[in-house]
Every structure is written in C-alpha cells, then in structure tokens.
Write a protein that binds this ligand. Structure first.
Ligand code: SAM
Length: 276
C-alpha cells in the first residue's frame, strides 16, 4: 500500500472546509516525506501496536499505517477531523482504531493489552504533560518517538552542564535513553508555528529508576534554585540538606546542573530513606 495514492492532505482539508485551531496546538505536517521520516525514526513497527496522539488530518497516521502499524490507535480531541480519518480504516484493512477524546484523560491500558510504541507530533500546549504521564505509565507503554518544540526537545535530551539540563532531562532519562533524531523547520508546518520542532526518540532503559516521586521532589528543590549550591537549594526539602548530600555522596557546594543521572538517583534514594 502506498499513501501517495490517497487524496492529498491539503485537498482533504480544503474539501472539508477545515482550518487549524490555535487553542488545540494545531500545526499540520502535510508533507509525507516528513511524516515518513518520523515513522522511520520509530524503528520496525510493522505488525506491532502503535498509539498516536493528535492525528489531525492524518499525515503521520498515513505514514504509520504505510509502515505496517497494527493496530494503530489514534486519539484525537477535535471531532472535525474524524471524517478525514475514517476512510483510512478501510484503506488500511481495518488496522486503524480511532478514539475520540482528550489524551490527557485517556487510560491507554484500556486500549491495548500489548506493549505499544507511541509515535506522535504532539500539540505544544500539552506535550510535556503527556510525556510525564507516559513516563509513569504501566507495561502497555513501549518506546516513544515524539515531536516537540525544539527547545523542549533540547531540555529532554540535555546532559549535565548544558543550559537546557534540568528537571525534565533527569526525569525522562531515569526511564529512557533520550536521543535527538532531527529538527523540522517551522516552515514545514501548516500553519507554521513561531519556532522549529524536533523529533526525539525515547527508548526504555535496561536499568530504569523506579521512584519517580522521590526524583520529582529532589529535582524540584535542586533546580528550583539552580544558581544556588545544593546545600542551600535543598533546604526547601529538608533542614538536613548537608547530611542528605553526604548520604548521597554529593558535594554540598555543587550546583544542580553539575549532578548527573546517577547522582540524582542517589539523592532521591537518600531523601526516600530520610523521609520514609
Ligand atoms: N498529527 C498531525 C500532523 O502531524 O499533521 C497533527 C499534529 S498537531 C501538532 C496536534 C494535534 O493534536 C491536533 O490534531 C489537535 O487537535 C490534537 N490535540 C490537541 N490536544 C489534544 C488532546 N488533549 N488530546 C488529543 N488530541 C489533541
């Protein structure tokens, strides 16, 4: 099957009198070369379950079906797009399942019993909230290939001592190996957003850190005052900041941006022992 045989996405939008709604973060990819590239970044998905949030007019949906996703479960909040997506059910030989709803509220474990890859061009306004939700998800969630604003993508993949390094990097990298795949310029979208976007791949780590709650608490305190030494910044968490840092084997005069994943894991463990 070849998605080039389908009516063009631009033609479909025009035929249905549809336009992008800013409030829903709608910036569409109408060029199949780009959506195919995103599908390829997801690796081998043929015959495997995939979840896509925000299919919109269906550019990435077409590419994922073409790559063999089975089933492809799409979750879309804007009902206006359902008539554009429905014909893809028959075209794909019934591999497409359309769920109408808010992805933040959907329980994906009810949609798939098998581990599913997540591949999406995410709406900017809820992109990080969805990512954090999926980090905490149960065994249904497989590897993720996600498009964010470039600046958010940089915050996800950053390592210690980079300006973009912060809470998001530490939390994501506790569960996943994060890699920047490629940047997509703003002009590639209809309508173009103000900034560029980037695709990030997030593969499950062999050694995930499980106590995300503890990690959320220590990173909130540590990066809440990122210019301060840890011994001061962590006082919002505990009056015993110095002994907490000692337990974690960290230098109390260091700053949060210098602490790597292993250091934050030790700090979260030490806080958990202290807090009980
Ligand atoms: N995947 C399409 C593409 O690449 O052209 C559209 C991407 S557009 C950036 C984001 C899509 O997410 C829109 O279709 C929008 O309606 C949808 N959306 C926004 N908020 C949503 C939510 N909370 N739950 C599900 N879909 C949502």
């Amino acid at each position: 099957m070849n998605a080039d045989d389908l009516p063009t996405l631009r033609g479909e939008l025009e035929a249905h009198g549809l336009w992008a709604r800013k409030s829903l973060g709608q910036h569409f990819l109408l060029d199949l070369n780009i959506t195919r590239r995103i599908a390829r970044a997801a690796g081998e998905i043929s015959g495997k379950p995939v979840i896509e949030v925000g299919p919109g007019p269906g550019g990435l949906t077409r590419a994922l079906l073409e790559a063999g996703a089975n089933p492809l479960i799409v979750i879309e909040k804007d009902v206006r797009f359902l008539p554009l997506l429905q014909p893809l059910i028959a075209w794909s030989g019934n591999r497409l399942v359309i769920v109408e709803g808010d992805a933040l509220a959907v329980d994906e474990s009810m949609l798939t019993t098998h581990r599913a890859a997540v591949v999406s061009n995410l709406p900017y306004n809820v992109g990080t909230a969805l990512l954090v939700k999926w980090l905490k998800a149960g065994p249904w969630r497989g590897d993720m290939t996600l498009m964010f604003q470039k600046e958010v993508a940089q915050r996800i993949v950053a390592g210690p001592s980079h300006d973009a390094y912060g809470r998001l990097a530490v939390l994501v990298q506790a569960r996943c190996q994060a890699r920047m795949e490629f940047v997509v310029p703003a002009r590639a979208f209809t309508p173009p957003p103000k900034v560029a976007s980037a695709v990030v791949s997030l593969r499950d780590r062999a050694d995930p850190y499980h106590d995300l709650e503890a990690l959320e608490r220590v990173t909130a305190a540590a990066f809440g005052q990122r210019r301060k030494m840890l011994r001061s910044a962590l006082r919002t968490l505990t009056p015993e900041a110095d002994s907490l840092l000692l337990d974690a084997g960290l230098d109390p005069t260091a700053r949060a941006e210098a602490i790597d994943q292993a250091g934050f894991r030790r700090l979260a463990d030490a806080w958990r022992s202290l807090a009980g």
